[in-house]
Ligand binder design. Structure first.
Ligand SMILES: [Ca+2]
Ligand SMILES: [Ca+2]
Length: 345
């Protein structure tokens, strides 16, 4: 009697497991097949059983096409990982599948980590989207694959008068250079005085379209090939005695289309995207004087209180805390003797 009960229990349990398995199959169907071709980096040709090989899209990722920057390298990456391998395809074969490699690794995740694909933001969301986002962020940060190869580097510089007078119009020359290797199709330049009462008077450029407002001018820079330079002139109106700074910031508008061709995805060196020039307006009790707290260069004494942005590209420079009125500009927020580090902002 006891034995019969036990068998009954086992049968019931087995039945429950079978039902659960069927239910989970419905949700995440799993098929095993052999990869016999790689038409593009995010598509596999898979032979399942004796049926004709099927084209299967990898779910959640999108790789550059053959004609895009890094397209050939991306396809080679998928080929090296998956060709001739027996893989598990998880999901609906018609809609796209997660692909599990023989070593258990997720093919889509590996492609993202190597910068051979990016998250497919053009299709429906997937259950792995959040995990994939973290992987892609890391790949971008470390310039893996296409994030390094399909980048460019815009650099900005600004120069202007060392000295002026309140009421004067002061002219600054701004240069934006594309260091390369890819052409910069879209870039935006922002010009503005520091956080004081000086105003943008005029902004002109033959290499872009500029729109001035009282506190900031914005220029859409014309496409810049590798090695090419765009020039912009900005005129500021000085108001007060003291120090005046003119700041320039350039931003590459990276391609976010599914197929970018030779348009860069990002600017790989953001340190070179800011520059500033300081002009002294002596008088009214203000004379040109270098602040002894900052021995790396001549940083004028306040007022006004200048920010790290006013000395770009200068960063990580020493600060003396053993002088009177040490670090008057508050450039060493964490008091470690080095100004304008990441932690000081
Ligand atoms: Ca740059
Ligand atoms: Ca510091």
């Amino acid at each position: 009697m006891r034995r019969i009960l036990w068998i009954g229990f086992v049968c019931a349990l087995a039945g429950a497991v079978a039902v659960a398995a069927a239910a989970s199959r419905g949700a995440t169907q799993k098929t095993v097949g052999k990869v016999v071709g790689i038409p593009t980096a995010d598509t596999l040709l898979v032979k399942i059983g004796k049926a004709k090989a099927k084209r299967v899209r990898i779910l959640g990722v999108s790789a550059p096409a053959a004609t895009d920057c890094y397209g050939t390298a991306a396809t080679a990456t998928t080929r090296a990982l998956a060709l001739n391998q027996r893989v598990a395809l998880i999901g609906d074969l018609k809609k796209g599948v997660f692909v599990s490699l023989p070593n258990g690794e997720d093919l889509g995740g590996v492609l993202l980590a190597r910068g051979a694909a990016q998250i497919d933001i053009w299709s429906a969301r997937t259950t792995r989207e959040q995990a994939y986002a973290a992987v892609q962020r890391e790949a971008e940060r470390t310039f893996q694959g296409m994030w390094g190869a399909c980048s460019t580097d815009l650099e900005v510089s600004i120069s202007g008068p060392e000295q002026g007078l309140p009421g004067q119009l002061l002219s600054y020359s701004v240069l934006v250079k594309n260091i390369g290797p890819l052409p910069a199709k879209e870039a935006e330049l922002r010009l503005r005085p520091g956080n004081y009462s000086e105003f943008v008077h005029k902004v002109t450029s033959a290499d872009g379209t500029c729109t001035p407002s009282s506190w900031m001018a914005t220029c859409a820079i014309n496409p810049l090939g590798p090695g090419a330079t765009a020039a912009v002139t900005v005129v500021l109106r000085a108001v007060n005695f003291g120090a005046l700074s003119a700041r320039a910031e350039v931003n590459l508008l990276g391609c976010i289309a599914q197929h970018c061709g030779d348009a860069p995805l990002l600017d790989r060196n953001l340190d070179s995207n800011h520059a500033s020039a300081v002009t002294i307006l002596p008088g009214g009790g203000y004379e040109r004087k270098c602040d002894p707290s900052y021995p790396a260069g001549c940083i004028p004494v306040p007022p006004p209180d200048l920010d790290c942005e006013d000395f770009r590209p200068l960063r990580n420079f020493p600060v003396r805390h053993d002088v009177p009125d040490a670090d008057d500009h508050h450039l060493d927020g964490n008091h470690d003797g080095i100004a304008c580090e990441e932690e000081d902002y």
